[in-house]
Design a protein around this ligand. Sequence first.
Ligand code: NDP
Length: 246
Amino acid sequence: MTKTFERTAIVTGASRGIGRAIASRLANDGFNIVANFAGNEKAAQDLVQNIEQLGGKAIAVQADVADSKAVKQLFDIAQEAFNGVDALINNAGIMKLSTIAESDDALFDTQIATNLKGSFNTMREAAAHLKDGGSVINLSTSVVGLNLETYGVYASTKAAIETMTKIFAKELRGRNITVNAVAPGPTATDLFLDGKPKEVVDRLAKMPPLERLGTPEDIANAIAFLASPDGHWINGQVLRANGGMI
Ligand code: NDP
């Protein structure tokens, strides 16, 4: 494992899927990792163990990102463990698909709470605590461009996150902190695969000119670039990582 500098990243939703790949990749790039999870402690501890076995530093921290008090604690624990935070990766998210006509209040409220309020909660803490020179990377979705049926509420939470990304980048003027969003296309994780018939998965996988699903590592690569010194001139942008789907 190459350790060129000591920096710390909070990765929300790091226990599974894309978040886990991001945490592993950033650890490999030399970041200490604060691996947040909601309920899956075993998976989060397994990630921490993997990182430590490779010579990195990591802690697992339970926090529901929708809960502002829990998010404050998450930052306090990170601060105490690693003496500050350099990068925030807002990855935790849920997806519940339904037409707008058939969406009930719970479907709307839970996605707003986890995806939008969750990202807001962590960005507000980051404004207070992130070290100068740091970076914030929010997870959006390429469905914001595709506008597919049944994604109405989910994609709207992510469209709002893209808007907040651009405004937050301006509000942090003078601190040399970048704020960007990465918008994946279909990526092989529980969130995308659960409940989808094979024909639907195959059809979506064929949509990008590169004709496959994204992997969590494809997305982690893009995020690692934005969190690295090489990506630091990119600010206030949305990067669609989707094999050319849109
Ligand atoms: P997964 O369902 O595979 O993993 C979700 C992760 O988020 C888990 O670690 C889960 O923790 C955590 N999580 C869920 N709710 C909360 C919460 N309230 N507080 C803290 N953590 C929470 O999802 P993906 O890896 O696929 O998605 C990651 C991000 O990428 C999401 O924001 C998603 O919208 C976005 N995205 C995904 C795409 C895809 O095709 N997969 C495409 C475009 C965007 P636990 O294990 O404890 O439940």
